[in-house]
Every structure is written in structure tokens, then in C-alpha cells.
Write a protein that binds this ligand. Structure first.
Ligand code: HEM
Length: 522
């Protein structure tokens, strides 16, 4: 019988050598730490320390480690793509491997996989994308023009009456516009409107469902007996309660012959292949997207208050093109390049979704000599891409709409205006135009924001109508006599807090009132 004692020291050393080499080879093939993209290591298991603005941490680390970072956080592999070409290569060209979403256990219990923004690429995702395309495509959104125009008018008028709670008014209007677009409901008058509150709560629920808590780090906890997991029962009840609420909304407001989203989902039910519950959740999660528009409009106030000279340029354009006898409409859009540049700059300056949505790799992959294991979470650092100095110049931190205006005063084309996304915004002599891109606000990947046209429309018409009617100024500090300029380095995490003074520019309130006669619904 063979025994270890029979092996000579030489054979033993040779065998051990072969084992070490083959272990090293197989770990390399499986992607040992050494073969992952570089990145800081930090504490065992916990990984490197992340601040409340991780996109800034990633940008800082990128200076040492390069455009593709890999970190392990709480045992989870995360790859961060700091450059647009790398993001396009992986999330678009190899999108079939990187289109899964991170699974959050809490999200599964609360939404049963029906929250549109968190659906994995697959049958359900395709159905939801197809259904939303009808109403959110570039031509589809034209049906909402009058809804957005009217909301921007009501918003402006309400601010003229009382500007002290301007940020609440922003929240009201963002929710109200989406409720009309989806359920064909009349405008909501107050932030305390029960439906607005309900969707505010729902928005919070969706966020909490994807905010990692203890259960995400210790998934086995979910299998404990029910008396030890009351959160599970609570989440399941919440799902049923929300499903029945959204179902009733669909029934009450979805049966009309209007071109709002919910009635469309009901009419086309068979063609779209979505069950009643799935349609109800799709409609509700589209409404919940108002949070992003709300955030963009909050930043708009800060940008305009801090930059009266940019505001004035917008108003000069409005005065020249629209005049004082009528309000701007979507028909004026092509003739208002500076307003459009302001809208675009707003989203570049303060990325609303700085890291996009998490993508997860389905299979092992190799990229630029690095190994990316299956199940790696991939984040596109959109915040940083929109601060590429080679593309935007050295004043990337500034709010400067002029960067999008060419020497003839026209709006420069944006990546969304080009098919292949390879447009170079500001090519210097050393820049390879095929490698540089101008703007990455909504992502250009397979799961790019389906509401990008709608959001662009909303931001455009709000800037146009608001600045047509009023001038925004900072409040003056009574003791110093100086204007209180808001903190522009703050992030939405800190909250957007500032006071604003409104100086009316319109001839009379009657003019605004006359615009209220526009149709109230579809
Ligand atoms: C200024 C406003 C907005 C910005 C900047 C924005 C940005 C984004 C970004 C960056 C993504 C991630 C794409 C990816 O990583 O793959 C995304 C996805 C998404 N957005 Fe938006 N968004 C905005 C408004 C909205 C609104 C109003 C809605 C609701 C109608 C919405 C619904 C979604 C959905 C459902 C997804 C996930 C798409 C999918 O998984 O296929 N967004 N958005």
C-alpha cells in the first residue's frame, strides 16, 4: 500500500512545487485578487471606507488606480468604471453580461421584483421597457406637452403667491405632473394631498428596499422562523397593501380613452402581456420616478440664484424670442438654445443619479487583462464622466450653460443627438474623438433611463416658464446686507436648503390666469 513515507524528499519537493504552480495558475484563471482591476483594499471584510458621496471617493481613488477600480466591500466585489469608454465597452457592448441588477432581499419581499428600476434583464424587463417605450419615447412624450406646460404655469403662479416654501412647491409639482401623465388626474393642489403623500411614501419605500441593511449582509436571517422575522411578514403585507392600492388606481383612472400611461396599459393589456398586478406596479413605479425630477428642479433654483448672469442670459433669450405677451411653449424649444443649454448643464453639473443603477455580471469576464468574476457589481461613475476636463474644459465644477453653445449661438449637439454616441464635445488636438463623449446623464447603456425625454421636457419647460415670469434672487442677510448665496458644494444628501426672493417680470397676474384656461386633461 502506498504511504507518504515511501516518497523521497526530492519527489515530495517536486510534487509540492507542481501543486503550488497549478494552484497559482488556477487562482489566476479564477481571478485572484492580483488579477482583479486595482483598487484600495481597506479593512478585512469591510473593505475601504466609503463616504456619503462614494462617487467622489471613486474619483479620488481613480487618480492612483486608473479608470477601472475594483474593491471588496462587506465581502462583495464591486467594479467602478470611471471612464465613459470603459462603461460603453462593458455595460453596452457586452451589455448582455452586465445587465443584471443587484438583488436586494428586502426589495424582493417588498416589491416581488415588480419595481421597474430594479428588474433584471429578462422577460419581465423586456415587457416593461416595451410598454414604457410607447409613452416615454421621443415621440410618445409629446402627448404630455400640455400637462408639463400647465404644471409649469401652476408652479410659477403658486410661487408668485408664496415663495417661502418653494422646495415644497417643487415636490408638489414633480409628483402632480407624473400623476396626470400616468393616471390622467387633475393637478394636485398641495404637497399634503393624500395621493402625493402616498407616492412620497412609496418613493421612500423603494429607496429603503434597495438600501443595504443587516439582512443583505446576512441573508440566512430570512430563513429563521416567522416569530423571529416580523419584518418579513410586514414587508409581505406592505406588498399586498400597495398592490391593491395601485390596482384600484388603475381601475378608477385607467379605463378612460385618454392617452395617459395607465389607460394605455389597460387598453393594450393583451399585446403587452402584463398581468393586472404587473401593469399596476409598472404605472406606480413610473410615477415614483418623480423623485429624480424633483431633485433636478431643486438644484435649478440653487444654480439660478447663485448665477444671476446666466439667469439674465436666459431671460434675454426669452424676451427676444417669446416676448411678454404670451408664455413660452414647447413650440419655442428649437428657438431657445440657451434655455436648453441651461437644462443640459443643470444635469451635468449635479448628476441626479451619480452612479447610475447597479449592474451585475452574469458570467466571469476578462477586460483589459483584468478578471471580472461572475456576480461583480458594476457601477458607472456618471458624476465623474460629466467632469471630464478634456471634454468640458477646466471649469467643470462651475455651472456654465455657455459650454454647450457654439460660436454662432447654437446648441452644440449632444450625445443623445448622435446615434453611435462617439461624438466629441470639445476635441483638443490631442483628443481622439472616437474615445470621448460629451454627456452621460441618463446612461447610454441597455438599461438607460426610459424617462430621459420626459425629464428633459419637464426641465426645459420649467426653466422657460419660470424665468419668463420671475427673476430669482438670493435673500439678503439683514445684518450684513449681503445676499445669502447657497452652498453649491452641498449634495442632495445634505439637503437643498436656501431662501429665495422672486421679482415678478410679467405684466400682470391676469396674464397668468388667462393661461389657466388651457385644457385640464388629455
Ligand atoms: C432628471 C431626471 C432623471 C435622471 C438624471 C435619470 C437617470 C437615470 C439613470 C442614470 C439610470 C440608470 C441607467 C443604468 O445605469 O443602466 C436611470 C434608470 C431608470 N430611470 Fe431614470 N432618471 C431620471 C428621471 C426618471 C423618471 C422621471 C423616471 C420615471 C418615469 C425614471 C425611471 C427610470 C427607470 C425605470 C430606470 C431603470 C431602467 C431599466 O432598468 O431598464 N427616471 N435613470
Amino acid at each position: 500500500m502506498f504511504s507518504v513515507n515511501d516518497i523521497s524528499p526530492l519527489t515530495f519537493a517536486a510534487t509540492a512545487g507542481i501543486l503550488v504552480v497549478s494552484y497559482a495558475y488556477s487562482s489566476l484563471a479564477k481571478g485572484s485578487r492580483g488579477n482583479h482591476p486595482p483598487g484600495p483594499i481597506g479593512l478585512p471584510f469591510f473593505g475601504p471606507r466609503l463616504s456619503s458621496t462614494p462617487w467622489k471617493d471613486f474619483a479620488e481613488w481613480g487618480k492612483n488606480y486608473g479608470d477601472i477600480l475594483y474593491i471588496k466591500s462587506y465581502g462583495k466585489g464591486i467594479m467602478v468604471l470611471n471612464s465613459h469608454p470603459a462603461a460603453v465597452d462593458l455595460l453596452d457592448r457586452r451589455g448582455s453580461n452586465y445587465s443584471d441588477r443587484q438583488t436586494f432581499i428586502m426589495n424582493e419581499y417588498l416589491t416581488r421584483g415588480l419595481s421597474f428600476g430594479m428588474v433584471n434583464v429578462g422577460d419581465m424587463w423586456r415587457k416593461m421597457r416595451r410598454a414604457s417605450h410607447e409613452c416615454l419615447s421621443k415621440t410618445g412624450v409629446t402627448r404630455y406637452y400640455h400637462v408639463q406646460e400647465r404644471e409649469a404655469l401652476i408652479f410659477t403662479q403658486n410661487l408668485l403667491c408664496d415663495s417661502s416654501k418653494w422646495n415644497q412647491e417643487v415636490a408638489r409639482t414633480a409628483a402632480s405632473g407624473m400623476l396626470t401623465a400616468v393616471y390622467d388626474l387633475p393637478p394636485r393642489e398641495s404637497i399634503n394631498d393624500p395621493l402625493v403623500s402616498k407616492f412620497n411614501d412609496f418613493h421612500e419605500i423603494l429607496i429603503s428596499a434597495v438600501t443595504p441593511g443587516l439582512i443583505e449582509y446576512s441573508p440566512w436571517l430570512q430563513y429563521l422562523p416567522s416569530f423571529l422575522t416580523p419584518w418579513k411578514t410586514k414587508a409581505q403585507h406592505r406588498f399586498l397593501e400597495l398592490s391593491s392600492f395601485f390596482g384600484e388606481l388603475m381601475q378608477d383612472h385607467g379605463e378612460q380613452e385618454s392617452s395617459a400611461f395607465a389607460p394605455f396599459l389597460i387598453r393594450e393589456k393583451d399585446k403587452l402581456g402584463l398581468s393586472d398586478t404587473e401593469s399596476a406596479w409598472l404605472a406606480a413605479t413610473v410615477v415614483a420616478g418623480f423623485g429624480s425630477n424633483n431633485e433636478a428642479l431643486l438644484w435649478l433654483f440653487l444654480a439660478l440664484i447663485a448665477h444671476p448672469e446666466k439667469q439674465q442670459k436666459c431671460q434675454e433669450e426669452l424676451d427676444a424670442i417669446v416676448g411678454h405677451s404670451r408664455m413660452p411653449t414647447f413650440e419655442d424649444r428649437d428657438n431657445l438654445p440657451y434655455i436648453r443649454a441651461t437644462a443640459r448643464e443643470l444635469l451635468r453639473w449635479k448628476a441626479i443619479s451619480p452612479l447610475g443603477t447597479e449592474h451585475v455580471s452574469k458570467e466571469d469576464d476578462w477586460y483589459q487583462g483584468y478578471f471580472i468574476p461572475k456576480g461583480t457589481m458594476c457601477l458607472a461613475n456618471l458624476w465623474l464622466m460629466n467632469r471630464n476636463r478634456e471634454v468640458y474644459g477646466d471649469d467643470v465644477e462651475e455651472f456654465n450653460p455657455d459650454r454647450f453653445i457654439d460660436s454662432e449661438g447654437k446648441l452644440k449637439p449632444s450625445i443623445s443627438d448622435t446615434k453611435d454616441g462617439t461624438l466629441c464635445f470639445n476635441p483638443g488636438p490631442s483628443v481622439n474623438s472616437a474615445q470621448h463623449y460629451n454627456i452621460s446623464l441618463f446612461c447610454h447603456f441597455r438599461s438607460m433611463c426610459p424617462a430621459r425625454h420626459l425629464s428633459n421636457d419637464i426641465i426645459f419647460i420649467f426653466i422657460a416658464r419660470l424665468l419668463w415670469a420671475v427673476k430669482l434672487s438670493a435673500v439678503v442677510d439683514k445684518t450684513t446686507g449681503c445676499p445669502i448665496i447657497p452652498d453649491l458644494t452641498a449634495t442632495i444628501v445634505d439637503g437643498v436648503k436656501t431662501q429665495v426672493t422672486l421679482i415678478p417680470r410679467v405684466i400682470s397676474d391676469e396674464l397668468l390666469t388667462s393661461h389657466m384656461q388651457t385644457p385640464a386633461s388629455f
